[in-house]
Design a protein around this ligand. Sequence first.
Ligand SMILES: Nc1ncnc2c1ncn2[C@@H]1O[C@H](COP(=O)(O)OP(=O)(O)OP(=O)(O)O)[C@@H](O)[C@H]1O
Length: 260
Amino acid sequence: MSKAITFSKVTQSFERRGQTSIQALDDLSFEIGAREFVSVLGPSGCGKSTLLQLLSGLLMPSHGTISVNDQKVTGPRDDVGIVFQKPTLLPWFDVVGNVTFPIRHKGLSVTSEIQDRAQELLELVGLKEFSARRVDELSGGMQQRVSIARALLLDPDILLMDEPFSALDALTRDEMSFELLRIWSAKKKTVLFITHSIPEALLLSDRIIVMTPRPGRVMEEINCPFQRPRSQETLGDPRFAELSNHIRGSLLKDNANQPQ
Ligand SMILES: Nc1ncnc2c1ncn2[C@@H]1O[C@H](COP(=O)(O)OP(=O)(O)OP(=O)(O)O)[C@@H](O)[C@H]1O
């Protein structure tokens, strides 16, 4: 499998005026293969969002290298799409206007080809009938679908998702997980998915990277052995409960070892 993402000995410190600096990541190394779905799990503050900002080129590491498709990341790039925790939609544009926003943001005009592409993506995320609606008329789950379609507009190889379903109610969250699996099997992007939810990570991923408390390092990498396509039945696989308990145990043990 060719490599899509490489973190090599990445350390990230944040300087704070008049205070000691905060080390968010320490000597973090891992690789993600092309079209792999990998989740990053870890306690609050272990540097998950920092990792994503580094990968998207919004932040430069204090030490180490991050590469996408074997090229060093030096700034934001079109082959990486991002879905944030909050949908970050623009209320003065309708649904399709939000999906095509990355084109306007680049100073380009929205051609009929782009409009067609946006409509295709809205169909993919189940919002074909809603393209002319105002975004504030949509539910939280629907808004997050719009932001997934927007992230796919420039056809990136890589999709970064920062706890995209954490603001949704439990039922919608489950529904969105299965939706994401369907979208991923249609588009087969490389996905790096940040989450606090062990079941969500197990259900979605090929592999899970478990991080230590801050400064974040890789504590463990876990292969998710469940056959695809995944379904409600996956949740009942005895290995699902075993792995879930194992990860919970690792996270609790490592958290307990932290100085208070
Ligand atoms: N711009 C910044 N300036 C100073 N400190 C920062 C900055 N960004 C992050 N940090 C600190 O770095 C650490 C890691 O933050 P980060 O948001 O990456 O963690 P996280 O694992 O995503 O947390 P959560 O799960 O709570 O969202 C935290 O202690 C945070 O306060």
